[in-house]
Design a protein around this ligand. Structure first.
Ligand SMILES: *Cc1c(COP(=O)(O)O)cnc(C)c1O
Length: 393
């Protein structure tokens, strides 16, 4: 069915649907590494691209393709490439856009490993980077050099919840012939559509909201133009970053409930944020839905809703934060985010521990910062859980 003119929820259910020869209602898992050709000419036509046919799963597979077509449509891109993890998506973009001698600008508190590999691995290949607070565009402008090829944004950023104006950053980048990639993991296409705002590439860790059930690891890269899509595809297929069909099938299933999951998690997050903001033992809180968030107005303009991620500090710093993390029972002490269950974690000792203390401090990741990913449980239970833990501080 053509879902191009249908609403977002209809797309979530039907976009990319694959017509299975046996008529199954749900696309089967094509758990196969390779595909039979009818004869030698057919094989040759598939390889030359004269005829569209599946050849080998690293290059394409019906189960994976259904997921790719669905996410490409949801993000308003021309095509998408599903990969083994969010980090495979990040590397697909870095390897496609950046060559020896090139420079990249990114936000100081992006996802830890996205910055970690850029600073540890990529200098080996002659790629340099500058990390600045991208929530202030003048910092990006000052960091632009003649060899800058990529502005890599993550908004809201992890875990400081800093928000970058995607439209304004894209306009600035394009004036200098620089491409813009947005890591849209925290929002999903339900809350934010970076390509519509001017970005050239979007990526996700599908491990998070897109799959939403904490049972797979996966990533995806979405391109705005056919030319960019084929460059990304060359890197993805030849680096062997592809997703597995079974993982793709689970992710396509999880995707169907994206909007109703986010609606509920977000409503819970709004209530939890209001509760935390008033709590006497909470020092500060960052949630795009609160008026106190420094980019609250920009969040309202650029995002359909504030999402389900909250960062906060407990009075008494790290020691007090530890008491909270050790005494919650419903919230699970675990990294990752965007699932149906509430998770709590401590970036300074967990997700961002590989950054130096100095890099963390300039990025705004204080030792006392606690990050919550709010799930879809009953909000009264989430608040009671936090209330009990905070009472012990
Ligand atoms: C988790 C995450 C990634 C990396 O994804 P993996 O699936 O763990 O490889 C990248 N960006 C953001 C914002 C993330 O939260």
């Amino acid at each position: 069915m053509d879902t191009k003119n249908k609403g977002f929820n209809s797309k979530l259910i039907h976009a990319g649907a694959y017509e299975d020869a046996k008529g199954s209602a749900v696309n089967p898992i094509y758990q196969t590494s390779t595909f039979k050709f009818r004869n030698a000419d057919h094989g040759a036509r598939c390889f030359s691209g004269e005829e569209k046919g599946f050849i080998y799963t690293r290059l394409g597979n019906p189960t994976i393709e259904e997921l790719e077509n669905a996410v490409a449509e949801l993000e308003n891109g021309v095509g998408a490439l599903a990969v083994a993890s969010g980090m495979a998506a990040v590397n697909t973009v870095y390897l496609t856009v950046l060559s020896q001698g090139d420079h990249m600008i990114s936000h100081s508190s992006v996802y830890g490993p996205s910055r970690g590999i850029m600073e540890k691995l990529y200098p080996k290949y002659g790629v340099e980077s500058t990390y600045v607070d991208c929530t202030d565009l003048s910092n990006i402008e000052k960091a632009i050099k003649p060899n800058t090829k990529l502005i890599y944004l993550e908004t809201p950023a992890n875990p400081t919840m800093g928000i970058t104006d995607i439209a304004a950053a894209s306009e600035l980048a394009h004036k200098h012939n620089i491409l813009v990639c947005v890591d849209n993991t925290f929002c999903s296409p339900y809350l934010q559509k970076p390509l519509d705002l001017g970005a050239d590439i979007v990526l996700h860790s599908m491990t998070k909201f897109i799959n939403g059930h904490a049972d797979i690891v996966g990533g995806i890269v979405i391109a705005k133009t056919a030319e960019m899509f084929s460059e990304l595809k060359y890197v993805m297929t030849n680096m062997g970053f592809n997703m597995d069909p079974h993982q793709a099938w689970l992710t396509r299933r999880g995707l169907k409930t994206l909007a109703i999951r986010i609606d509920r998690a977000q409503q819970n997050a709004i209530e939890v944020a209001n509760y935390l903001e008033k709590h006497p033992k909470v020092d500060w809180i960052l949630f795009p839905g609160l008026k106190s968030h420094p980019q609250h107005e920009l969040a309202k303009k650029q995002m359909k809703g504030p999402g389900a991620m909250i960062s906060f500090g407990v009075k008494g710093g790290l020691e007090a934060g530890k008491i909270v993390m050790d005494n919650v029972h419903l919230a699970m002490l675990a990294v990752s985010l965007g699932g149906i269950e509430t998770l709590i974690q401590h970036p300074a000792s967990m997700t961002h521990s590989k950054l130096s203390k100095e890099a963390r401090e300039t990025a705004g990741i204080s030792d006392g910062l606690v990050r919550l990913s709010i799930g879809i449980e009953d909000v009264e239970d989430i608040i009671a859980d936090l209330d009990h833990a905070l009472s012990l501080v």
